[in-house]
Design a protein around this ligand. Structure first.
Ligand SMILES: Cc1cc2nc3c(=O)[nH]c(=O)nc-3n(C[C@H](O)[C@H](O)[C@H](O)COP(=O)(O)O)c2cc1C
Length: 379
């Protein structure tokens, strides 16, 4: 068994998977369920000085593992959290031996007012979210919270906040860590039978989360991790243990999950932790720290990968199930794969675009070892 516990900002997480803010951690009871579901630490839903008036409906599944939502921050009052919900959540965290992070928003005045009151409840760290903030006010907002509390503060960045590397660099002196990313949008989905929005918000606009968000989240984590030294919590589209590994390689030191829990339940924390452990074991790693930032170390300095190769896809005939999926995706007419026959490639036509190998369900097609890969320093 590999070591998957994580020490971060003076907190010890029993595994690298924590909840990201959402209805999955929308009150003390849900926080307790997240702990029972195996979360490595707890993070609560964002509170603000006013309870949110949340439109209904506010969540709709998108594709198999995606979601659009218009949930805003908590619909509970700050008093309800301060008088009750934090105590229930904190008790669950303490009995599981895991840390507890609060999330607050949004303006400097909100953070100055809420930060010390939340800290006094005994939480271990505070995340603040810039989701509804003008990017020009983000640094001022961070400083307002930093000056109000002693515990570590985490800036949660949104994909619409501009260049996240630049933003993180500007924020770094004022925060202890970063979380990225929040959901992406605004987006729109229409019920075409009724020509009506699927969500109850103005215009039906909502925010995209879940699996479709993952490549944007991984890129954002990488952009931040390559620019700053402070730790990054990777959030966005994580649905499997392999996604957690990818986030770590991109520079994350901890991973947050929301949509996968909303769609499949709190036990997903433990499931992903087990999958991470299994992947590390199978790949000969004894500690998750060994893969942390691996990609940043290799590609974080501005290199570009130039695949300078004449190679065509190689077929492992014993793995090919003769499904024929590789032929219709070959827009260079190089692949011929009649159903129930092994595919054949015309070397003269193959453009080495890679799509056939990526759709192959059994990994029977691959491009030969990348002996031709050269690294070129960008100007
Ligand atoms: C229904 C819903 C409510 C959310 N509420 C909050 C919130 O209150 N505060 C916050 O910082 N992020 C909130 N988020 C964003 C998530 O914490 C997370 O950053 C985003 O969904 C991407 O992660 P995921 O793909 O694992 O869901 C919410 C997301 C969803 C789906």
């Amino acid at each position: 068994m590999a070591k998957i516990s994580v020490d971060l900002l003076g907190m010890s997480f029993r595994n690298p998977i924590i909840p990201a803010a959402g209805p999955n951690v929308g009150n003390g009871e849900q926080l307790s369920r997240a702990a029972a579901g195996g979360a490595g630490g707890l993070l609560a839903k964002t509170i603000s000085r006013e309870a949110a008036r949340v439109p209904r409906p506010n969540m709709v599944q998108f594709g198999a593992s995606g979601m659009l939502n218009t949930e805003l921050w908590t619909e509970l009052s700050p008093e309800q959290w301060l008088d009750h919900e934090y105590e229930v959540g904190l008790a669950a965290a303490r009995s599981a031996g895991i840390p507890f992070i609060a999330s607050i928003g949004y303006t400097p005045d909100d953070l100055r007012a809420l930060g010390p009151r939340v800290e006094a409840k005994g939480v271990d760290a505070i995340e603040f979210t810039v989701h509804y903030l003008d990017p020009a006010r983000v640094v001022e907002t961070a400083r307002a919270l930093k000056d109000s509390v002693k515990i570590p503060i985490i800036a949660k960045l949104s994909p619409h906040s501009g260049d996240l590397g630049d933003l993180a660099a500007a924020l770094e002196p004022h925060v202890d860590a970063f979380a990225c990313i929040n959901s992406f949008g605004p987006t729109l989905a229409i019920d075409i039978e009724r020509a009506e929005p699927l969500l109850g918000s103005e215009f039906g606009y909502g925010w995209l989360s879940g699996a479709p968000l993952k490549p944007l989240a991984v890129r954002s984590v990488f952009e931040v991790a390559r620019r700053v030294k402070k730790p990054v919590i990777g959030v966005g589209g994580v649905t499997t243990g392999k996604d957690v590994i990818e986030m770590f390689m991109a520079g994350a030191s901890l991973v947050g999950i929301c949509t996968v829990v909303l769609l499949r339940g709190q036990r997903m924390h433990q499931k992903l932790a087990t999958e991470v452990d299994q992947w590390l074991d199978a790949h000969g790693y004894s500690d998750i720290r060994q893969i942390q930032g691996l990609y940043v170390q290799r590609f974080g300095h501005g290199q570009r990968v130039v695949v300078d190769t004449e190679e065509i896809p190689v077929l492992a005939a014993d793995r090919c199930i003769k499904c024929g999926k590789c032929e219709p995706v070959c827009f260079h007419d190089a692949m011929k794969a009649p159903l129930k026959s092994l595919p054949e490639v015309s070397p003269d036509l193959c453009f080495q675009c890679g799509l056939c190998a990526s759709v192959c369900p059994t990994d029977a097609l691959s491009f030969a070892p990348r002996s031709g890969v050269t690294m070129r320093q960008l100007a």
